[in-house]
Design a protein around this ligand. Structure first.
Ligand code: KIV
Ligand code: ZN
Length: 512
């Protein structure tokens, strides 16, 4: 058996399914480039048949990314599979990932199909996909809650049809490590042609065990592919986290005995990019990428680390991309230094116009803030203020007045389809007044389901990064905005969420 563990990243597909985490094509492409820099083996770029937007995103990524295999999800039917193959045409290395549910509950209640019908459809789907590409993955959805005999029958058949990878999803995060590991082992032991495919694990985090279950699937079950997402992004409690699984395999090589292709020093930039793009904030105590992951607050720990770092540190912060000197640029930095830092941070702006616009924003920020940190640059590049192409609403300026004992008033100027407009309102506080001022003009009727503010680099001098989550007609979107003035950051975040509400097309659900 190979000692290489394949890292299959599904941030752009399963991660993006998380309500509010939907991304634009450009955002997806930017993250895909960072995943390529990270040397992820397989990037699941989307679900091509689910919407035109997803089709274009998969196609764009397949054309742009050359070092990773690009994969599209598809349901087990000819139309979805053909659409995936079409979107993947430009890829150097393409994979189709087809799935159908195999648990009694899903077959009876969701699909309303008999086990024999599911068996035939799974075989037919893999056969059809194999005629289009040579790399085909099959997933029995809700596999972990499926009957063992039936699952053996399905997986043996799809391997016979040419599936090159078989994945065993714990779709609802029900597994516990030892049982999940043994489940994969039993499947591999009982299926006569199991050695003809690579075995993969795909765990959800409903009970907080996605990483532990995936590692057990590798160690006990012999899986050689892990499906995961940056920051564990995903529906409900999320997916298995890439950074945790990768650092566990690397740090405990003595135990797992496996090699990885991942270039771990790009992990932190990937984490920040995904967090800032989706507005899903990383908790400070999150393993590997949380702000406190390498911070030692207690005197005893600090003393120990200064004397010998391995007293309290099992990984080197630099190995996952934390740098000791976080101050990168200032007021006097030139365009080239700025451009170089953007590249080092994994931000690839598409045109010279975008770079010039970003540099102007940077200069504006440097006038107001003496030290510019990496986080500021990333926020600047992802707050929607760089390129306004395709954006319906663009922030221009804001004024507000608040005084103890008086109701705050705000007036916001923004462009709507290129035309400058102004909205004014009062509100419970300056942020409330500003967002109501925008709404007084836009009249979106959207409900706000989340509002959060985060100080990007820790102090009151830092930029505030605001996330606004809006819900309208069953759709949920996140908008992110940043500025040293949190009222302005809030207005930008609100406009960014409105832009997403206006732009995203309907899509079918992967679990549907
Ligand atoms: O969780 C799941 O079952 C999935 C499949 C579509 C692979 O994401
Ligand atoms: Zn999943």
């Amino acid at each position: 058996m190979s000692d290489k563990l394949i890292i299959f990243d599904t941030t752009l597909r399963d991660g993006e399914q998380s309500p509010g985490a939907s991304m634009t094509k450009d955002e997806k492409l930017r993250i895909a480039r960072q995943l390529e820099r990270l040397k992820v083996d397989v990037i699941e770029a989307g679900f091509a048949a689910s919407s035109n937007g997803d089709f274009e995103a998969v196609k764009g990524i397949a054309n742009a990314i050359k070092d990773s295999t690009i994969c599209s999800l598809s349901r087990a039917n000819d139309r979805d599979i053909s659409r995936a193959a079409e979107a993947l045409k430009g890829a150097n290395s393409a994979r189709i990932h087809t799935f159908i549910a195999t648990s009694a509950l899903h077959m009876e209640k969701k699909l309303r199909m008999t086990p024999d019908q599911v068996f035939e459809q799974a075989k037919q789907a893999v056969r059809f996909a194999r005629n289009l590409v040579s790399d085909v993955e099959f997933s029995p959805e809700d596999g972990y809650r499926s009957d063992m005999d039936f699952l053996c029958r399905v997986l043996e058949a799809v391997i016979k049809e040419g599936a090159t990878t078989v994945n065993v999803p714990d779709t609802v995060g029900y597994a516990v490590p030892e049982l999940y590991g043994n489940f994969i082992k039993e499947l591999r032991d009982r299926i006569p042609n199991s050695d003809k495919a690579i075995w993969s694990v795909h765990c959800h985090n409903d009970l907080g065990m996605a990483v532990a279950n995936s590692l057990a699937g590798v160690k006990i079950g012999g899986a050689r592919q892990v499906e995961c997402t940056i920051n564990g992004l995903g529906e409900r409690a999320g997916n298995c986290s890439l950074e945790e699984v990768v650092m566990a395999i690397k740090t405990r090589r003595d135990y797992f005995g496996l090699s990885l292709g991942i270039d771990t020093k790009h992990i932190l930039a990937a984490s920040r990019m995904v967090s800032q793009t989706t507005g899903f904030v990383v908790q400070p105590n999150k393993a590997v990428v949380g702000a406190n992951a390498f911070a030692h607050a207690s005197g005893i720990h600090q003393d120990g680390v200064l004397k010998a770092r391995d007293t309290y540190e099992i990984m080197r912060a630099e190995d996952v991309g934390w740098s000791a000197n976080k101050i990168v640029l200032g007021k006097l930095s030139g365009r080239n230094a700025f451009k170089q830092r953007l590249l080092e941070l994994g931000v690839q702006l598409e045109s010279e116009t975008d770079i010039n616009a970003a540099f102007a924003k940077f200069k504006e920020l440097a006038d107001r803030k003496s030290e510019i940190f990496d986080e500021d640059i990333l926020a600047l590049a992802s707050d929607g203020s760089v390129s306004h192409e395709d954006e319906q609403f663009v922030f221009v300026s804001l004024s507000q007045h608040s005084e103890t004992g008086e109701r705050p008033q705000a007036s916001v100027v923004f462009t709507a389809q290129g035309k400058e407009v102004r909205g004014s309102s009062d509100g419970n506080g300056p942020v409330d007044a500003s967002l109501k001022a925008i709404e007084s003009h836009v009249k979106s009727g959207a409900e706000m389901v989340l509002y959060s503010v985060n100080a990007i680099s820790g102090s009151t001098e830092s930029q505030g990064e605001v996330t606004v989550r809006l819900q309208n007609s069953g759709r949920v979107v996140n908008g992110v905005g940043s500025d040293p003035d949190i009222v302005v950051a809030s207005a930008k975040a609100y406009l960014s969420a409105l832009n997403k509400l206006h732009s995203k097309a309907e899509r079918v659900a992967a679990q549907g």
